[in-house]
Write a protein that binds this ligand. Structure first.
Ligand SMILES: NC(=O)C1=CN([C@@H]2O[C@H](COP(=O)(O)OP(=O)(O)OC[C@H]3O[C@@H](n4cnc5c(N)ncnc54)[C@H](OP(=O)(O)O)[C@@H]3O)[C@@H](O)[C@H]2O)C=CC1
Ligand SMILES: CC(=O)N[C@@H](CCC(=O)OP(=O)(O)O)C(=O)O
Length: 338
């Protein structure tokens, strides 16, 4: 299958390019940036020296000629672009009959009202929201396989949903809101220059209180209310979430352990039991590490991912694998992606 990547100079796009190049059943058919990009014409390896000799592929401007090329050559189009850009571009590629994997949040929520509230823009392609499959690979593979448009799950939601869906689905959680405290490294904010996310400016601090766009995304796909607070940390990559769950009265440790067994056969999910996951355990890996400890009705669940792999490019590749009828973890399990 021929894959093209739009937004390829960004952190998630570059990571995805590397995964595609390493995949024996995929061909990297082109890397694209905006028409006015300062990086157009450069090689990906000019921007990321670790790719010299590996991905010496030019970043092409997304002109009308480029669109014709994509129409002729691509099977899969991956959008590693900002939300509104994805909302505008996805229908163009869908109309060409391409299968689209969108890494942005542009197609994850239910309706225009949610986009106005949480994303601050009017969704111009609301009809597509019903057609998009949510790309949470371990939980939605049937829909992902059939869909023309896959809305690859968000980074914080990926860590939260894999940690919480087993418990909520098993009916073990009380009506109380689940509290999610999450810390992300600065690559989560993307490559574009921004003073507040510049590495020397960042200090560990919370943001997006009560109104981060991942709150409705987590609630939608979990079916439970949450109080989600992200924090920006002064490290390059990785997400760690510490999650406080009020269990229903009488729920035992055995019941909690049993609930997690639904994920036991998933190659990219590592159930650590009462051990504590860490960022170091998942950086440059496509795993989700999940640990938990219980005291009475209180359960603390900890979930760690690499935001650029399981939280973005790795999960996009899982969705591509599913679309091709391959094992979702093909080329990802056990591989170190530095
Ligand atoms: N970083 C992360 O951890 C995660 C990111 N995501 C999502 O993935 C998407 C990309 O994120 P990230 O890689 O961090 O972003 P970056 O800011 O690092 O990269 C954005 C890319 O989009 C390109 N671009 C911008 N405007 C256009 C346009 N109009 N047409 C084509 N290309 C364009 C940029 O190049 P140029 O401006 O030079 O054209 C650049 O290549 C976002 O929606 C983000 O929310 C999802 C999960 C995790
Ligand atoms: C640290 C940081 O800024 N993180 C980003 C989330 C990462 C991301 O790009 O979000 P999606 O997964 O929804 O695409 C944020 O809070 O906006």
């Amino acid at each position: 299958m021929n894959v093209i990547i739009v937004g390829a100079s960004g952190y998630s796009g570059a990571e995805l390019a590397k995964l595609v190049v390493a995949h024996p059943k995929l061909t990297l058919a082109g890397l694209f940036v905006s028409e006015q990009s300062l990086d157009k014409g450069k090689l990906l390896s000019d921007l990321y020296p670790q790719y010299v000799g590996v991905i010496d592929v030019p970043l092409q401007p997304l002109t009308s000629d480029a669109m014709s090329y994509i129409q002729q050559q691509a099977d899969y189009v991956c959008l590693c672009t900002e939300h509104k850009v994805s909302v505008d571009l996805a229908p163009l590629f869908l109309d060409m009959g391409k299968k689209v994997f969108d890494l942005s949040g542009g197609f994850r929520l239910a309706n225009n009202q949610d986009y106005q509230t949480y994303y601050g823009f009017t969704h111009e392609n609301e009809a597509l929201l019903n057609q998009a499959a949510y790309g949470l690979a371990e939980w939605n593979s049937d829909a992902i396989e059939k869909a023309q448009l896959v809305a690859v799950a968000g980074c914080y939601p990926t860590a939260a949903l894999n940690a919480l869906k087993p418990l909520v689905n098993a009916g073990l959680v009380s009506e109380q809101k689940i509290i999610i405290n999450a810390v992300s490294g600065v690559s989560g904010a993307g490559r574009k220059a921004n003073i507040s996310t510049g590495f020397c400016e960042v200090s560990l601090k919370p943001y997006g209180l009560f109104n981060h766009r991942h709150s409705p995304e987590i609630e939608r796909y979990l079916g439970h209310k949450v109080l989600f607070t992200p924090h920006l940390g002064n490290f390059p990559r990785g997400i760690l979430e510490t999650i406080y769950v009020d269990l229903k009265p009488g729920v035992t440790e055995q019941q909690v352990n049993d609930a997690y067994q639904c994920l036991a056969d998933q190659p990219l999910i590592r159930l650590l039991g009462n051990k504590i996951p860490s960022i170091n355990g998942v950086v440059n890996q496509a795993f989700v590490d999940i640990g938990w400890q219980q005291q009475g009705q209180s359960l603390i669940v900890m979930s760690a991912i690499d935001n650029l792999l399981k939280g973005a490019a790795g999960q996009a590749l899982q969705c591509i694998n599913i679309s091709m009828g391959l094992s979702a973890a093909y080329t990802l399990v056990g591989a170190h992606h530095e």
